[in-house]
Design a protein around this ligand. Sequence first.
Ligand code: PHB
Length: 390
Amino acid sequence: MKRFVLAAVAAIVMSTAAYADSVKVGVVGPFSGPFALQGKNFKAGIDAYMAINGNKVGDNTVEVIYRDLPAADPAQSKALAQELVVKEKVQYLAGFYFTPDAMAVTPILKQANTPLVIMNAATSAIVTKSPLVVRASFTTWQTSTPIAKVAHDAGVSKVISVVSDYGPGVDAENAFKAAFEKEGGQVVEAIRMPLSTNDFSPIMQRIKDSGAQGVFAFLPSGPTTLGFVKAYNENGLKAAGIKFFAPGDLTQESDLPALGDAALGIQTTFHYAVSHDSPENKAFVEAAAKAIGNKAELSFPAVGAYDGMHVIYKMIEATGGKQDAAKAVEAVKGLTWVSPRGPVSIDPESRHITQNIYLREVTKADDGTYYNKEVQTFEKQGDPGLAAAK
Ligand code: PHB
């Protein structure tokens, strides 16, 4: 009898431990292939958050499970998310670098009882696809609106727009056009390139032929952006005085060593610069640089992942580690904190992050390294894209 009781108690203790102990977070991102550095930044941001805050929320141990999605592939994204939910029993889905991959997962959230915390994908409409989506990154509407004022203030009145032809590119084009026309400027031509474009010379010729004084550009950060900025320089546009305006995806810090002097002086608007001067960012950069192994590889997906983990930790706290997606999302509506990027909050209505957008200029430091230097702050920016979609 005594042995039976002991065995029963042991069984209960073990099952409670298994239940209370582990909350799994499934993270999908590009961990191999041409965009692997962006995925590496997701992991660095998550590792930094867990190094600073520990891996426990109350009695629950947080466990992160990674799945590799090298390129935008909605069908594979959905399959990976389903596998994470059904087989791995994750309570949270997170990550998602490319918009189509995030979009593909929104239909399964309700049935899976799983929130989706977006660490990058930046098309405004994603948060409208399910009430269980919370975004900790940015939108291209948010980052491309302020640069229009910068272009106008630089005395430019005619701009040609060049974007990747998918969600965040189309949003960026619309955002820039709306804001630039409001300033009295004109978008003389709008080019949408296939996402797979990697020879930019013909585009550079069209920019030259357009007679525009400046180019507005958006492409997803990675080999794409590096190639585009290089082509702008190598095809003589910079030398011809055609000014360059873009959100900060185009000058991510990890691209700057390869761009060298070609990028000097380029102005972009964005939610995060690795150089941001604050105690929170100092602690973040130290931990994230240690996680990634080379500070020069740090870029914005790391901060999206870091803040995404903050949102998830608050969700786990609010639900006591139990799976309740609606309660988890409810708990972070209106959440306010100081991120490494600056003060932020989750808008209770849209579930998208409100944040400062900074004008930055690519600058050479005394030690010869390049960085985005913050020169102006546009405070507390919500997402103009959601308003425009209404
Ligand atoms: C996106 O697909 O939403 C995306 C990817 C990379 C970026 C920005 C947006 O730099």
